[in-house]
Design a protein around this ligand. Structure first.
Ligand SMILES: CC(C)(COP(=O)(O)OP(=O)(O)OC[C@H]1O[C@@H](n2cnc3c(N)ncnc32)[C@H](O)[C@@H]1OP(=O)(O)O)[C@@H](O)C(=O)NCCC(=O)NCCS
Length: 183
């Protein structure tokens, strides 16, 4: 099952929060958080008018991930606020179910305080004891230096680079694929 035991952790600013499995009650905050990040511009494939998730579809995703062996969806909350989330989605076939892709997003005002490290580490800890998982991968824009720095610090290495993978504000941007073996 895609669940973890909840854990209290302290951020760099001294605030305490909880790392836990996402529940459907988090869906409204997650959708709002994601809309805010998409509006910022440089981090997402979708532009604001292309974002299709709703509270209903996000709730369905949260339920699906909780009931799947090889998937995990985590949030880090401070009080009642969802500060960020991570979702890891493994592939569907038996030959590829040991691996998959994750994405992680932190609310702007909570960045640089350790939430990203907590969420990625939480996913990796889950993966180490998960019966299916052997490898975790991700795609990141080559321009996203902060995210690449975090992933490198946590042991991810470059798997490949896809040249001219996106056109952002009329300019080509490469995407970088990174991976880490979990066993
Ligand atoms: C990228 C992101 C997930 C990182 O999360 P965060 O909570 O801001 O990061 P943290 O506070 O946990 O810090 C991450 C670590 O990387 C380091 N780091 C960050 N930017 C760095 C840089 N440019 N160079 C070197 N190190 C850097 C930090 O010093 C920190 O190291 P430490 O844990 O050893 O102290 C977050 O900023 C975010 O959501 N950004 C917008 C959306 C996004 O880019 N998502 C990823 C898409 S692939």
């Amino acid at each position: 099952m895609g669940t973890i035991l909840k854990k209290e952790l302290v951020l760099k600013n001294g605030r305490k929060g909880i790392l836990r499995t996402a529940t459907v009650k988090d869906a409204p905050q997650i959708v709002k958080l994601m809309k805010g990040i998409i509006k910022e511009g440089p981090y997402t494939l979708a532009e604001p008018d292309e974002y299709r998730s709703t509270i209903k579809t996000e709730s369905a995703k949260i339920r699906r991930f909780k009931n799947a062996i090889g998937k995990i969806y985590l949030v880090f909350t401070v009080g009642n606020e969802v500060t960020g989330f991570i979702s890891f989605d493994n592939w569907d076939t038996r030959r590829t179910a040991h691996t998959g892709l994750f994405s992680v997003f932190i609310k702007k005002k909570w960045r640089g305080m350790g939430v990203g490290r907590i969420l990625v580490t939480g996913m990796l800890d889950w993966a180490k004891t998960n019966p299916l998982n052997r490898k975790i991968s991700l795609f990141v824009f080559s321009t996203n230096k902060n995210a690449i720095a975090l992933y490198r610090k946590l042991g991810f290495r470059q798997e490949g680079r896809c040249p001219k993978d996106m056109i952002i504000d009329g300019k080509y941007v490469d995407s970088v694929m990174m991976y880490k073996f979990t066993k």
